[in-house]
Ligand binder design. Structure first.
Ligand code: DC
Length: 204
């Protein structure tokens, strides 16, 4: 069965958690597409030209355990604005989306550019303050020093870059269902997404 669930939205809206839970619930494969841009950003920080890094991305680049830092997120957002980088990553994502057995992809442009014909599209969002609060709490919980206003500033700057770029900007597809997680617990957000996917499967 070919069945694609496209989950887009800004950083820290809950996309990752929702996508993993939906993939597990329905037995679909899951791809966090942000990791591709993070891996390219990491290689750029290590000195490679962005275009070359994207064209020669290897499994070991995306398997690195140091891709979740703020510096890599920032580099990822910068390389993600480069059309050559995005173009080099399209084929892999499209193949993943149409693999047999169902797939969930989360990112910024899955429902708009990578897989406009996805059977289900969900745009997961939350206010910038709530997303910054979640990020701040994660940093504090992992023992890192954090300043809330700085985290909020970073969230806003990344939103502005991801939404403002010319190529594949972050935006909801016209036929996406918007899921605002600002006032929802993780369980409630996952339950809402599951209901949306069930409706999509039933309506095939
Ligand atoms: O979801 P994330 O924080 O891991 O994403 C890192 C950056 O990669 C983000 O700032 C924007 C970019 N990105 C993108 O442009 N398109 C995607 N499909 C996924 C991520």
């Amino acid at each position: 069965m070919i069945f694609t669930v496209a989950i887009d939205g800004p950083a820290a809206a809950g996309k990752g958690t929702i996508s993993r839970a939906v993939a597990e619930r329905f037995g679909f494969a899951h791809l966090d597409t942000g990791i591709l841009y993070r891996a390219v950003g990491r290689r750029v920080l290590d000195g490679d030209p962005a275009e070359l890094a994207a064209a020669t991305l290897r499994h070991r680049d995306i398997a690195r355990d140091d891709l979740r830092t703020q510096a890599v997120a920032e580099a990822a957002s910068q390389v993600a604005a480069m059309p050559e980088v995005r173009a080099a990553l399209v084929a892999f994502q499209r193949e993943f989306a149409r693999r047999d057995g169902g797939a969930v992809l989360d990112g910024r442009d899955i429902g708009t550019v990578i897989c406009p014909k996805a059977e289900v599209k969900i745009f997961v969002t939350a206010s910038a303050e709530i997303r910054a609060r979640r990020r701040y709490d994660e940093l504090v919980a992992s023992g890192q020093a954090a300043d809330f206003d700085a985290v909020l500033g970073e969230v806003r700057a990344r939103d502005a870059r991801d939404m403002g770029r010319t190529d594949a900007p972050l935006k909801a597809a016209e036929d996406a269902v918007t899921l605002d997680t600002s006032a929802l617990s993780i369980e409630e957000a996952v339950a809402s997404a599951t209901t949306i996917v069930e409706a999509g499967i039933a309506g095939r």
